[in-house]
Design a protein around this ligand. Structure first.
Ligand code: EPZ
Length: 420
């Protein structure tokens, strides 16, 4: 296991290129199981999560050929239907295998992914949607088992207590693509990554419409063909680098980004006092003068993304004023609070709300990464804390950020990666 050492206090300057979206690549890689023909996927970020998904696809019987570290050819000519616990347990996103396996094979046996540090990760909405298509699902010894003979279209609501479900919408869309008849998904997730998956399915010959709205319609087809597709840029990585430019009071240009995909984040940064500039595929940030803390409430797209909550908390921890941060998607997603407090942040928790009082400076401390975005928040805090911050269990960060330390060093950060 690696650790990283960050010498804080250096403003970041220059340009950074954002990788392909992890949360788009994972369901798209799974969707290649829907066809017996080869697919080529471009801009796949080189992460432990994507490498893990490719291992799972190989285990399921697909031929996987890395054309280079970000481009892969997958040929799932014949696949088997069982995804065992020791494969699935390490990556919760493996749940998005359910849709393609049930769509292609009509039956499957996929281990139920465990929870994780950001909270229990129920799949009741996934099961409700797949059952509505006729998947005949039972839970047997920790496995989701489907006994379908054929799938039929249905009208399904994917809304839950915390809004819609991204991977649940993905699973239903993928299975419905090969069902007989029309499926209408109401209260569908409208995240850009769901749109990206729908576009890939259509490139394979599916008939999906309404993606990006809360009602997605899928006309089932008999079979899907192979396709070549490029994954959208990672909007959360882009937001994380904008926050890095902000917190270090530097001046950055973040390239390979769709500005519309992170409007909630850029709007918040502008309201806080940062000066942002925009191009078709880039965003610039600099700090012209004083900044003031702002309140943040996370919600499904196009609201403020839960995946940026920890990073923004790190920024507000050193922004003058008080920021009330409310987490409405994953109410337990506050693993970063205790670690930020160790670095001097003034944060009071009230249920799923954090009251953050900006401090003049944070101080370096040895801290522990816990989940992907909490770890990113600790990196941001380390960039601005006085002294050398040591972050352990850096594998959490490597799950979702492609060589984040190397990209930050190119922007002027003083970071060293060492074996733990
Ligand atoms: C996706 O997870 C992302 N992961 C998450 O990013 C992201 O935080 C999340 O969407 C919300 O935007 C991937 O795309 C691989 P949900 P997903 O189902 O689909 C509840 C990251 O850091 N729910 O939209 O699993 C659930 O508990 C990761 O990159 C049910 O109640 O999230 C949560 O409170 C973390 N029943 C809310 O819905 C269900 O059946 C949203 O979860 C499913 C979900």
């Amino acid at each position: 296991m690696d650790r990283i050492l960050i010498m804080g206090g250096r403003a970041l300057h220059g340009e950074v290129h954002v990788s392909g979206s992890k949360n788009s690549a994972l369901p798209i890689l799974a969707a290649t199981l829907l066809t017996a023909e080869p697919c080529v996927i471009h801009s796949v970020p080189d992460l432990s999560d994507t490498r893990y998904m490719l291992e799972i696809l190989k285990y399921m019987g697909a031929k996987v050929e890395l054309l280079d570290k970000n481009n892969v050819r997958i040929h799932a000519e014949t696949i088997q239907s069982v995804a065992p616990y020791d494969l699935v347990r390490k990556m919760r996103a493996s749940v998005c295998l359910l849709g393609p396996l049930i769509g292609r094979l009509k039956s499957c046996k996929v281990s139920v992914p465990g929870g994780c540090v950001i909270g229990p990760r129920p799949i009741d909405l996934h099961i409700k949607g797949l059952e509505a298509l006729g998947a005949g699902i039972t839970l047997e010894e920790g496995y989701v088992v489907s006994h379908a003979t054929e799938l039929h279209g249905a009208r399904i609501s994917m809304g839950g207590r915390y809004g819609s479900t991204v991977l649940g919408t993905d699973n239903v869309m993928m299975a419905a693509a090969l069902a007989k008849g029309t499926t209408v998904i109401e209260n569908a997730a409208s995240e850009p990554e769901v749109v990206d998956l729908a576009e890939f399915l259509n490139a394979m010959g599916a008939q999906v419409s309404g993606q990006g709205t809360s009602t997605i319609t899928v006309e089932g087809v008999d079979r899907l063909h192979g396709a070549e597709y490029r994954v959208i840029p990672d909007r959360i990585e882009a937001g994380t680098f904008l926050a890095a430019g902000a917190i270090t009071r530097g001046e950055l240009i973040v390239r390979n980004v769709v500005p519309a995909h992170i409007k909630a984040v850029t709007t918040l940064l502008e309201e806080t006092g940062y000066n942002l500039s925009y191009g078709p595929d880039w965003i610039g940030i600099k700090r012209p003068g004083p900044t003031n803390a702002r309140d943040v409430t996370t919600s499904p797209y196009p609201g403020f993304p839960t995946d940026m909550q920890a990073q923004i908390m790190a920024l507000m921890a050193v922004t003058p004023g008080v920021s009330v941060i409310t987490e409405r998607v994953f109410p337990d997603r506050f693993m970063h609070v205790a670690e930020l407090q160790r670095m001097g942040a003034k944060i009071d928790m009230e249920g799923a709300t954090a009251v953050v009082k900006g401090v003049d400076a944070m101080s370096a401390a040895p801290v522990m990464a816990s989940d992907l975005r909490a770890s990113a928040a600790l990196v941001l805090a380390g960039l601005v804390a006085g002294g050398v911050t040591e972050i352990r269990r850096v594998y959490h960060i490597d799950r979702g950020y492609e060589h984040i330390d190397e990209k930050l060093v190119k922007l002027g950060a003083k970071i060293e990666r060492k074996p733990e």
